[in-house]
Design a protein around this ligand. Sequence first.
Ligand SMILES: C[S@@+](CC[C@H](N)C(=O)[O-])C[C@H]1O[C@@H](n2cnc3c(N)ncnc32)[C@H](O)[C@@H]1O
Length: 216
Amino acid sequence: MSCCSINGLDKMFNESNAAKELKKYRSQGPSGPTKTFLAFFGQEQVTGKTLLDIGGGVGIIQHELMKKGIRNAISVEASPAYNNASQLEAEAQGHENKIDYYMGDFITYSSQLPTTDVVTLDKVICCYPNGEDLVSKSLVLSNEYYGLVYPSDNILIKLGASLLNFYKKLTKNDYRSYVHSRKKIHSLVQSNGFNKIFESRSGFMMIEVYKKRADE
Ligand SMILES: C[S@@+](CC[C@H](N)C(=O)[O-])C[C@H]1O[C@@H](n2cnc3c(N)ncnc32)[C@H](O)[C@@H]1O
């Protein structure tokens, strides 16, 4: 897929924003919920393992988990600008040969991808209308850990998302934010053989890590 315009993602996650995020990451390192999420993973959990990072943006999860010992990674990113920025940073950090890049909507690639030990979606399901589809198709690709960062679904956050979406509509911007039901996501992940082993909050974002049950 050469370009991706699903849900206005390519305009929202454009070259200018990619450059800003890369600059911020280079000067400050990971921040906010991404930092909390990464702090959960120690070297003992990831050394020698494989990663699938969906909607990785400029690739912060990939770059940081590489430093902790991830062997190989797959990146699936819908925005061409973020995909390029992520590859540029992988080259700068010297691990570009350990990452396979897929540019486009994860849903279109999901049936072709191999399973990996760790699957991550950091602030991704909130950009996608069918969050449950994204979760169910990515879950089955995890052999061990499944990590999600996504907005809490309380009434204030839903209201905020509605106002933001209304503003986007008024300004003819196709991008929309989605607040998916935490309860539905939790039961979907759990019923597919995972237990929640970590939960934290950073601002209005929830950080959750699940681990596949031994009997699955
Ligand atoms: C809010 S950004 C988060 C980026 C990064 N994970 C981070 O936390 O810094 C969401 C990213 O998910 C990507 N994305 C959203 N839906 C996607 C999909 N269905 N397939 C692949 N990428 C997707 C967007 O292009 C964007 O780069």
